[in-house]
Design a protein around this ligand. Structure first.
Ligand code: SF4
Ligand code: SF4
Length: 437
């Protein structure tokens, strides 16, 4: 966990002490812009971004403000992170507004080193240097504990944010529309996890997936608690041009959806995003948790959609969600007694494809539960320790890790059912035959 300096706490408390948060975040509510965008051509991106600003009526939103762009960086695998072209066009638009105080870009992936490598390989470092924009690896940031009022946290009271996040006026949240092999979906709310510097610890302390997802919504509220203006601090612009389906967040396949989705309430953006993936947003606790706390109905028909109001045509009916996570995630699509029994019976099993494994041990270093070890020429998984977070899959440079069903738990039950069935059939046949004599 990041250090908790009393000095840092005091700085933060002084900043927000006595500040009344605007009526239970009502200003965040339900307006979402959907804008068609077919590709990442600079001119097309620029026009789409301008449409978003017009549709949300936020022409003056950036005036005299400091702005921090928070993309979603992961490995520099194609379509696994916020496209550089989108970040570049945003920076160019913002720089043209001469009354903007300061623009920076910041993120963190699994570790400080991994983040630094990702910055280099994704070309964001090059872009920031060319545009004289400050690039922040949040693992290097001073951390400040946020004091919640109201309270607006549900699970995690101790949220430590980078000082740059607290000091900035606006966070431009720039997630990618993607699947996640551990949590089904990763979008606007999940992108706030990249603000934490103690992710491994958070994975371990919130290894129940329901709690983990609610904790993501807590981070969002922590950010809004540090708002020094009367307007929302977070504006999300989600890249849904080329989404990722299947084995996300890193090893999935590109799938065109063809839109940017933008709004002040990240839950509203995620409701649209997950719907376009042909999912039910009510199945995901991060969305329902944030929506409930911002009094937002988790019902796409009740959102105020501007732009592409005919959003149904963008729903990708056969969008491939990660099968295992979808079935096993406690907040996944299955409901009721059957689901409960099933989840007790089977779990996610991490599989290492030997032929693809480079034995680099990145997965071992990034496993928060220390469930992976290298033994001779193999990486072994200790299923008893595994918390199914999929950090290993995110860190693997050669996509050698996948999530499979682990049936061992149910195997004895299955064998018993088969044995009883066989016994019943034999008994029935014996009865039948003996009845003829
Ligand atoms: S990170 Fe991937 S390639 Fe490296 S040791 Fe682990 S499974 Fe093998
Ligand atoms: S083995 Fe992978 S999924 Fe399991 S705890 Fe470690 S990093 Fe998470």
């Amino acid at each position: 966990m990041a250090s908790n300096s009393s000095n840092s706490e005091k700085v933060q408390f002084d900043k927000i002490k006595g500040k009344e948060l605007p009526q239970k975040f009502n200003y965040l509510k339900d307006k979402v812009a959907i804008v068609k965008l077919d590709d990442y051509q600079p001119e097309n991106i620029k026009n789409a971004l301008k449409s978003i600003f017009e549709l949300l009526a936020i022409k003056d939103f950036f005036n005299n403000k400091s702005i921090l762009l928070k993309p979603n960086f992961l490995a520099p695998t194609k379509n696994a992170f916020t496209p550089i072209e989108l970040i570049r066009e945003l920076i160019l638009i913002l720089k043209k507004k001469t009354d903007i105080e300061n623009i920076s870009v910041g993120d963190s992936t699994l570790t400080k080193k991994f983040t630094s490598i990702t910055f280099k390989r994704s070309n964001i470092r090059e872009l920031c240097e060319a545009e004289s924009v400050n690039l922040i690896n949040f693992f290097e940031s001073e951390r400040v504990k946020v004091i919640f009022h109201n309270p607006t946290y549900e699970i995690e009271e101790n949220v430590y944010l980078p000082k740059e996040v607290i000091d900035t006026d606006i966070i431009l949240n720039l997630p990618k529309l993607k699947t996640h092999s551990g949590y089904v979906y990763t979008g606007a709310i999940k992108n706030f996890f990249g603000l934490l510097g103690n992710k491994m610890h958070m994975h371990m302390t919130h290894n129940n997936k329901k709690d983990f997802q609610k904790m993501l919504a807590d981070i969002y509220f922590a950010v809004e608690e540090t708002n020094n203006t009367d307007f929302p601090k977070v504006l999300t612009i989600m890249d849904g041009v080329m989404a990722m389906e299947g084995k996300g967040p890193r090893a999935g396949k590109p799938r065109k959806v063809g839109v940017l989705i933008a709004g002040f309430n990240s839950a509203a953006v995620d409701i649209i995003g997950y719907t376009l993936m042909n999912g039910n947003p009510n199945d995901l606790d991060a969305i329902t948790s944030l929506a409930n706390r911002t009094e937002l109905p988790v019902d796409i028909t009740k959102l105020e959609i501007v732009g592409e109001t005919n959003f149904e045509k963008y729903i990708v009916k056969n969008f491939k969600k990660p099968k295992v996570a979808s079935l096993l995630n406690p907040s996944g699509p299955e409901k009721g007694l059957y689901s409960k029994i099933r989840r007790k019976a089977v779990s996610i099993s991490i599989k290492i494809k030997r032929k693809k494994c480079l034995l680099c041990e990145e997965c071992v270093r990034h496993c928060p539960a220390e469930a992976l070890i290298r033994k001779d020429e193999k990486i072994l998984v200790d299923r008893n320790k595994c918390i199914e977070c999929f950090c290993c899959g995110e860190s693997c440079p050669n996509d050698a890790i996948s999530a499979k069903f682990y049936l061992f738990k149910i195997l004895p039950v299955l064998l018993l059912v088969i044995a009883l069935g066989a016994f019943a059939i034999i008994w029935f046949l014996i009865q039948l035959i003996t009845s003829f004599f």
